[in-house]
Design a protein around this ligand. Structure first.
Ligand code: PEP
Ligand code: MG
Length: 306
């Protein structure tokens, strides 16, 4: 099994009947690009840019940021690299940006909401990304976290393009953006679904709280139905929809996501072998049949049942 998985490493992610589902890597710092490539990632689906900001008393300079982004991009000439804008707040508080007195930080100032009130940070990061893009040959996609609807998506896309970025999209982590997916698909170049937060917010269960950890599973049919709303809107409008949350790293769930109509999957590099191997066992039609069952809740077991 492990041997077979390794054998597939040089090949792109694909169903048994040859439908290409690019398998990308989640990375946390530029040096991790090497690990991603070793595991056969076809690109980067989520670069969490927080590492540049965490542990510092103030935001990094545009020059510092440009250097870090260029270091990542230079490892992926001709390949897709999705960089996420700073996701400060909630489970990733930053002393100089995140208010300390929020009663519910997950429902507070985080992600794009934080960037909007700290415009100098938002614009500095966009400037650095555009500069790094100009220096390198990767196919750079830039997205914002914690976007609630098409208004916020339009705001970010317009701003990103004004800095010269070519592909600008949003993460889907809040149920409201799934409900408005048809409108979002008209303004964003792409959507990447963050199933960790989408699960937290769909089920109203804090992802950091052990007492409600049972809710933190994207196998819940409500989460899968939210994902389907986004995938359907994307496919109807020719807008790529990926998944970059933990759900993509579960081989069985990855098959379901492909069956729902998600176009690419991004995960921690060590998960790539198993996901690639499992996808290769299913035709697209079989994956769609499995997805229909999953959307009906057939694979979900509530902790309230005995
Ligand atoms: C997510 O929410 O699924 C995600 C990919 O982002 P993070 O885990 O960094 O919040
Ligand atoms: Mg998130």
């Amino acid at each position: 099994h492990a041997a077979k998985a390794k054998e597939l490493r040089g090949k792109p992610g694909s169903t048994k009947d040859g439908h290409h589902i690019p398998l990308l890597a989640n990375v946390g710092k530029p040096a991790d690009g090497k690990t991603a490539l070793e595991y056969g990632a076809e690109g980067v689906g989520l670069f969490r840019s927080e590492f540049l900001f965490i542990g510092n008393a103030e935001p990094p300079s545009v020059e510092e940021q440009t250097k870090a982004y260029a270091e990542l991009l230079a490892q992926f000439p001709g390949k897709k690299v999705v960089i996420r804008m700073l996701d400060a707040g909630a489970d990733k508080p930053l002393p100089f940006l995140t208010p300390e007195d929020e009663p519910n930080p997950a429902l507070g100032l985080r992600g794009l909401r934080t960037l909007r009130v700290h415009k100098e940070v938002l614009e500095g990061q966009l400037k650095a990304l555009a500069a790094a893009d100009a220096q390198t040959e990767a196919d750079l996609w830039v997205m914002a976290p914690m976007v609630a609807d098409a208004h916020e998506a339009a705001y970010f896309v317009k701003l990103g393009k004004s800095f010269g970025l070519k592909k600008v999209g949003v993460m889907a982590e809040v149920p409201s953006i799934a409900l408005m997916a048809d409108q979002v698909a008209k303004v964003a170049d792409f959507v990447s679904i963050g199933t960790n937060d989408l699960t937290q917010y769909t089920l109203a269960a804090d992802r950091t709280l052990g007492s409600v950890a049972n809710y933190q599973t994207a196998w819940h049919p409500a989460v899968l139905r939210a994902i389907k709303l986004i995938a359907d809107a994307g496919n109807a409008n020719g807008m790529p929809v990926g998944v970059c949350g933990e759900a993509a790293a579960d081989p069985d769930l990855a098959v379901v996501l492909a069956g729902i109509g998600v176009n690419s999957l991004s995960m921690t590099p060590v998960a790539l072998d198993d996901v690639r191997a499992e996808l290769a066992n299913w035709t697209l039609e079989e994956a769609q049949e499995k997805a229909a069952k999953a959307l009906n809740g057939e694979f979900y077991k509530s902790s309230w049942d005995d």
